[in-house]
Design a protein around this ligand. Structure first.
Ligand SMILES: Cc1cc2nc3c(=O)[nH]c(=O)nc-3n(C[C@H](O)[C@H](O)[C@H](O)COP(=O)(O)OP(=O)(O)OC[C@H]3O[C@@H](n4cnc5c(N)ncnc54)[C@H](O)[C@@H]3O)c2cc1C
Length: 369
């Protein structure tokens, strides 16, 4: 059997290994200390009962994830329905809402009497309709989200209380960076995931018992070397590749780089072809801090607004440095200052969990072109 090295044990690496397991002699190199990459389940004690909590990959649906769904079905991964409800709380302005139903949109009953809140809802509705039409418009290509919003004459509240929280939560990226995001990519993502309306969402699913279940079922045959970062990959003139770690250099017939694009480019080094540089060099990544916590005070004050995803904007703790605002900022479109933001994913039945930061992860940002 020909030999194959796979660099990275996330879903890309493990998925590739699983599909190729009968055709190659497999070796997986993993720089980190656990198998699964961004899939990471932490088991905590809740009233003496072990409870698995996912801190990375958590949800999927059958429409936009056909391959993952098929893989889970084949492996017999236990899954169960979950929800992707979303709330926004803007602490300085004391506004909270949850976008699930009319009842939760008005989780703060005083919003029934706020004309500005009705204007916000009307703008969200207009955005959903116009975005659907814009997907067919060739002029959308190349527009940044900020420009799309400016051309559509959407208001500041729409941006601050809806679009930036929603997009920043989905993309695990600070709101100010979302303004430069390609509008076409974002609108297509919203469309594919059924985010354009209260009743357009596909049913969401999660792995019953924690996502580590699928990792366990996926990793049966291949050799996995944990805590062995690959340092370089070199094509051999005689065919095949050399994979270098800190302790060994090994020849393989083939290699799959199942790590992030900048890492893949660095591993190829000076040998990367112009096409590889163009493609792999186009990706940007955003570091994310993730904490598993039981801090109910970060949740919306109105219980009706508690959601699976809870996006919070706080007042800035101190005046922001001038560099926090980009000079191209059109008045009235960008947030006035870079407010600290946070997104809490709520596990409904969780009452007592260990607290404290558990890991840092990275979220991918597609090419900025
Ligand atoms: C906060 C957050 C929540 C998310 N939630 C969801 C969700 O609910 N549903 C969903 O579908 N998607 C979600 N995503 C996206 C999803 O997690 C990623 O798309 C997916 O994990 C990417 O898998 P991957 O295998 O390509 O990369 P990773 O899972 O990042 O795996 C790459 C692996 O390569 C290893 N590696 C890197 N360099 C080397 C090296 N030199 N040598 C050896 N090993 C190396 C890394 O240690 C890592 O284990 C979320 C993303 C974020 C940021």
């Amino acid at each position: 059997m020909p030999s194959l090295a796979i660099i990275g044990s996330g879903i890309s690496g493990l998925g590739a290994a699983w599909f190729l397991r009968h055709h190659y002699d497999l070796t997986v190199f993993e720089a980190g200390g656990h198998i699964g990459g961004h899939t990471h389940t932490v088991t905590v004690d809740e009233d003496g009962r072990p409870v698995p909590i996912d801190t990375g990959f958590m949800v999927f649906n059958h429409v936009t994830y056909p391959h993952l769904t098929r893989l889970f079905d084949t492996l017999g991964v236990p899954t169960k329905p979950t929800d992707m409800s979303f709330s926004v709380q803007h602490r300085p302005r004391e506004i909270e809402y949850r976008g699930t139903s009319l009842n939760t949109l008005f989780a703060q009953r005083r919003n029934l009497l706020r004309p500005s809140f009705y204007r916000l809802l009307l703008q969200i509705d207009r955005f959903n309709h116009e975005a659907l039409a814009a997907l067919e418009d060739p002029a959308l290509g190349g527009l940044a989200l900020e420009e799309y919003v400016r051309r559509g004459r959407y208001g500041e509240d729409f941006l601050e209380l809806y679009l930036l929280p929603m997009t920043s939560a989905v993309w695990s990226t600070p709101p100010e960076k979302m303004l430069c995001f390609p509008a076409a990519t974002l609108l297509r993502f919203f469309y594919n995931h059924g985010f354009f309306g209260l009743h357009t969402q596909h049913p969401w699913w999660t792995v019953d018992g924690g996502a580590h279940q699928y990792v366990r079922l996926l990793t049966t045959r291949e050799r996995i070397h944990l805590r062995i970062p690959v340092r370089a990959v070199r094509r051999l003139p005689s065919g095949g590749v050399e994979v270098a770690t800190d302790t060994a250099t090994t020849r393989f017939d083939k290699v799959i780089l199942a790590c992030h694009a900048p890492t893949a480019l660095a591993l190829l080094g000076a040998e990367a072809t112009p096409e590889e540089r163009r493609l792999l060099g186009a990706f940007r990544y955003q570091a994310n801090d993730v904490a598993l916590h039981t801090t109910a005070t970060v949740m919306p004050r109105a219980r009706l607004a508690w959601s699976a995803w809870n996006y919070r904007l706080d007042a800035p703790a101190a005046p922001q440095p001038a560099t926090a605002l980009r000079t191209s900022q059109p008045v009235g479109l960008r947030p006035q200052a870079a407010e600290p933001t946070g997104c809490t994913r709520w596990r409904k039945r969780g009452r007592r969990m260990n607290t404290g930061p558990i890991r840092a992860s990275k979220g991918a940002c597609p090419p900025a072109s």
